[in-house]
Write a protein that binds this ligand. Structure first.
Ligand SMILES: Cc1ncc(COP(=O)(O)O)c(C=O)c1O
Length: 392
């Protein structure tokens, strides 16, 4: 067996230096929705102890496939998908895959949506997406060559359903991308308002894909029925598919995600038999990390629903605390309901750079920056940040 490989002294010293620098700044990455306290050292020790870290592990195609001999972690991938599908109210009527990230999940949502709509109408669909939704949705409309209509947004960032109603073409199938947590202001598009626009215009066929990159990791675990029902295929409003990031609230430390759709949707996609892969391949990319499935399984097993609920409560509490602290210091700050994203007057460049803040500009608000209160947030972190932001 190959013994453990190490880079030469010079390369190792460079890696060491980078590691120390990154580790010392981990809690200063406030503009981005990453869990900077993932607690995965136990997992990595286990990978080393078992020797799995020296093995290549790739999952391909459908994680629910049977009779597959290549080394894989499909079983753990299925657990993660079923866990999240259950939390999102699919009641077993689902299929899914661990995606390569939020964009890949949206890629599947738009592709599967096209296929599902094509089963209902021969006319090409139109993709409707809010101007404040993540740019990936608009880009994917372009990549998949779908006519895309950008719908206006309200001041606080959610979709303007009246504009959607105006733009909906009843003669063509509608593929509606719903932002459950806009990237910058953390606004949730109202499915109830979207449904009213749809009922009023009655397009020939409709597919609803939720882009819940960040919020999909916590809303389903909250006790508050108003929060939980936002993503609830059983008790809330109907939707066809959802993309959730793995490396946002779900705590993975590298890009990954979960795509889930209804079984009806999957049945429209099954037309791609690949003989050497022993079956039908609904996924777009063939290979994905088998380690992601192990890591997410580890994480979900440690936390369970209750652990995620506690993390959600903590993050939202910290977001409320940060908003209050900023206001107390004279910084105008806003936050949407159920959002752990606080946006506020853009501080000076030094503060922006110190905390890796994401910035934007809007006609109504002017120059803004935002902070996403993640699991690692404490009152001390928020206090220090508010004091710096107030200096401007
Ligand atoms: C709402 C939303 N959707 C999609 C994405 C894209 O996710 P990824 O970077 O994993 O491709 C993001 C990333 O920030 C996002 O905020």
């Amino acid at each position: 067996m190959k013994k453990s490989l190490f880079p030469d002294k010079k390369a190792f010293a460079e890696l060491q230096e980078a590691a120390e620098s990154i580790a010392s700044r981990k809690f200063n990455q406030m503009g981005y929705p990453f869990d900077q306290d993932t607690g995965f050292s136990g997992f990595y020790r286990w990978l080393a102890d078992t020797g799995l870290c020296d093995i290549t592990l790739i999952n391909v195609g459908d994680p629910y496939k049977k009779n597959w001999d290549m080394l894989n972690t499909d079983k753990f991938e299925r657990f993660c998908i079923d866990f999240m599908a259950d939390a999102c109210g699919f009641e077993g009527n689902h299929w899914g895959v661990l995606s390569n990230g939020g964009t890949d999940g949206n890629m599947h949502g738009i592709y599967f949506g096209r296929k599902a709509l094509a089963a209902k109408s021969p006319l090409p669909p139109i993709l409707y997406v809010s101007e404040e939704a993540h740019y990936s949705v608009k880009k994917l409309g372009d990549i998949q060559n779908i006519e895309t209509r950008i719908v206006g947004a309200k001041e606080m960032g959610s979709i303007d359903a009246e504009d959607l109603e105006r733009k909906l073409d009843p003669s063509r199938p509608a593929l509606v991308a719903v932002a459950v947590g806009g990237t910058f202001k953390g606004a949730i598009d109202s499915l109830a308002e979207i449904d009213l626009a749809i009922e009023s215009r009655k397009p020939v066929a409709v597919y609803r894909h939720l882009d819940a990159a960040l919020f999909g990791g916590y809303l389903p675990f909250m006790d508050d029925p108003a929060a939980k029902s936002i993503i609830d295929a059983k008790g809330g409003r109907a939707f066809d598919s959802i993309a959730i990031s793995g490396h946002k609230f779900l705590g993975l430390n590298e890009p990954a995600g979960i795509f889930i759709c209804s079984k009806d949707t999957l049945s429209c996609v099954h037309e791609n038999p690949v003989a050497y892969l022993n079956g039908v391949i609904p996924t777009i990319s063939c290979s994905r990390s088998g380690f992601d499935a192990l890591k997410l399984y580890w994480h979900l097993s440690v936390l369970g629903r209750n652990g995620l609920k506690k993390q959600a409560e903590h993050s939202l509490k910290m977001a409320r605390y940060l908003q209050a602290k900023l206001k107390e210091k004279g910084v105008r700050a806003w936050r949407n309901d159920f959002s752990n994203t606080v946006f506020f007057e853009r501080p000076g460049d030094e503060v922006v750079s110190k905390y890796a803040l994401a910035c934007n500009e809007y006609p109504v608000f002017g120059k803004l920056a935002h902070v996403v209160a993640m699991q690692y947030f404490t009152e001390e972190i928020a206090d220090a940040f508010a004091a710096d932001a107030a200096r401007r």
